[in-house]
Ligand binder design. Structure first.
Ligand SMILES: C[S@@+](CC[C@H](N)C(=O)[O-])C[C@H]1O[C@@H](n2cnc3c(N)ncnc32)[C@H](O)[C@@H]1O
Length: 445
């Protein structure tokens, strides 16, 4: 379990992982290799099926000569995957994925069907005398079977699908929905994975103090690292988000209830549960909505007619005044995000600035400090503002170029501090590199 965490009893979640010692923001709380992972089908052929490195000039992928449906960066990954499960699945893979039973599955269930097949590919490995620590931990995880009783079909020979194997598959799968992880690089998902120790330890909060990232290295299995988003006191529970805390309240409750079997009692859910009715916001484009957006910006970011203030009190939703409650309505965030992505590409640029700043204000109000989404958006906003200063668009936006640059610099400094706290992850390049390029360009001004 490492030096940092211990398991304490929890009234409803069985256990809670508690900090044994103070943990500094940005520290790695735990680092564990994957027990088993499976690529999203859309990533097949783009990444090595073993280490998930992206195909590039430096990483050439070779196809498996058996199924021609798996790709490897070299013999280390190919041999490891073969030994773990591919030797049992290779011959059946193409017929399996072409079958009606498989084709009828959702994209999520398709990946889980292959991941489950990988896990049961060697039923003998699950015998009590052969269990690894990770296997033992996985079998000790809480179960939340699917309400519809569904268990995916297996990509194995008929002979391998004995009553024992099918029962094992059911047993393992009953832990998938509430324990497995979706692997992502810079907020883009690429695989599903099983990390038993992380599952055993980490409970959910919509106001988490930690978050997971996935480290890729050539020829190595993926590692999960859990990073402290803020300073954590000795005795505090360490929690991660099982879903995006910015999802609407009811969507979060339904997902946590159905997939994980619990009712969330975090600060955000407690706050939102007390609101009797979230008022519907005005339509996008209406003057009243401009007023609401401006009030949210000023609540989270201070007086931005001067300069964007680096927010000092993230996660301040509990202080939201009644007039700002419509921003919690399920329609508000999707419409705001859409307005920013549309106007930042097509203009009008004055609206891109407004919606980009409002979105930053929303994220800062709702997410905990240093939440990666805040940093990613602050970087996108800084890039948009910088691009405006380099084109005639600044005149179109009616903005003063010096002020745009100052806004860009503040958004960039903010992005840098959030993203540096989270640290590098996933694919090469990415936001930290973009931060340093943009910092260089702004410094030249
Ligand atoms: C990944 S496990 C977390 C570890 C779990 N506490 C254990 O002892 O194995 C997920 C399960 O833990 C429980 N859980 C996680 N977060 C919770 C929370 N905030 N409140 C209540 N139960 C929670 C639920 O039963 C959920 O299905």
């Amino acid at each position: 379990m490492g030096d940092l965490l211990r398991l304490d009893p929890h009234p409803t979640a069985r256990n809670a992982a508690v900090a044994k010692t103070p943990i500094k923001a940005g520290s790695t709380i735990m680092s564990v290799p994957a027990f088993s992972t499976c690529l999203l089908l859309t990533e097949k052929g783009r990444r090595c099926d073993g280490c998930y490195m992206l195909k590039s000039e430096a990483v050439e992928l070779m196809r498996c000569s058996g199924c021609a449906s798996s790709w490897y960066c070299g013999t280390t990954c190919q041999n490891r995957e073969w030994r773990l499960h591919h030797r049992k699945m290779c011959k059946h893979y193409n017929a399996f994925v072409a079958s009606g039973q498989y084709q009828a599955l959702t994209p999520h269930d398709k990946v889980d069907a292959l991941l489950l097949s990988q896990l049961v590919a060697d039923p003998e490995a699950w015998g009590t005398d052969r269990l690894t620590d990770a296997g033992r931990t996985f079998l000790n995880l809480l179960k939340v079977p699917r309400l519809d009783g569904f268990v995916p079909p297996l990509c194995l020979s008929r002979a391998a699908q004995t009553a024992g194997t099918v029962a094992l598959a059911e047993d393992l799968y009953s832990r998938f929905g509430n324990n497995n992880f979706i692997l992502h690089s810079h907020l883009t998902s690429y695989a599903h994975g099983v990390f038993p120790l992380a599952s055993r330890l980490l409970n959910h909060s919509c106001v988490p103090n930690a978050a997971c990232k996935y480290m890729l290295a050539p020829s190595e299995p993926v590692r999960m690292e859990v990073v402290a988003l803020r300073d954590i006191n000795e005795g505090d529970e360490v929690t991660i988000p099982y879903l995006d805390p910015a999802l609407p309240f009811q969507t979060r409750q339904d997902a946590l209830h159905v997939n994980y079997g619990f009712e969330c009692g975090c600060r955000l859910c407690t706050f939102e549960r007390r609101i009797e009715r979230v008022p519907t916001p005005p339509m996008r484009g209406a003057e009243e909505l401009r007023t609401l957006d401006a009030a949210l910006r000023s609540f989270s970011l201070g007086d931005i007619s001067q300069d964007v203030q680096v927010p000092t009190v993230p996660g301040s939703f509990e202080r939201l005044p009644a007039v700002l409650l419509p921003v919690l309505h399920e329609s508000y965030l999707p419409a705001l995000s859409e307005a920013f992505s549309k106007t930042s590409h097509e203009g009008p640029y004055s609206e891109a600035i407004d919606s980009g700043l409002t979105l930053l204000a929303f994220y800062v109000m709702l997410y905990p400090p240093n939440y990666p989404q805040i940093g990613m958006h602050a970087l996108e906003l800084a890039t948009t503002l910088w691009n405006l200063t380099c084109t005639d668009a600044s005149a179109m936006a009616g903005a003063d170029e010096e002020q745009l640059k100052r806004h860009a610099k503040t958004a960039l400094d903010f992005a840098a501090s959030v993203l540096q706290n989270f640290g590098p992850e996933g694919d090469n390049g990415g936001p930290l590199e973009e931060v340093s390029v943009l910092t260089g360009m702004l410094a030249e001004q």
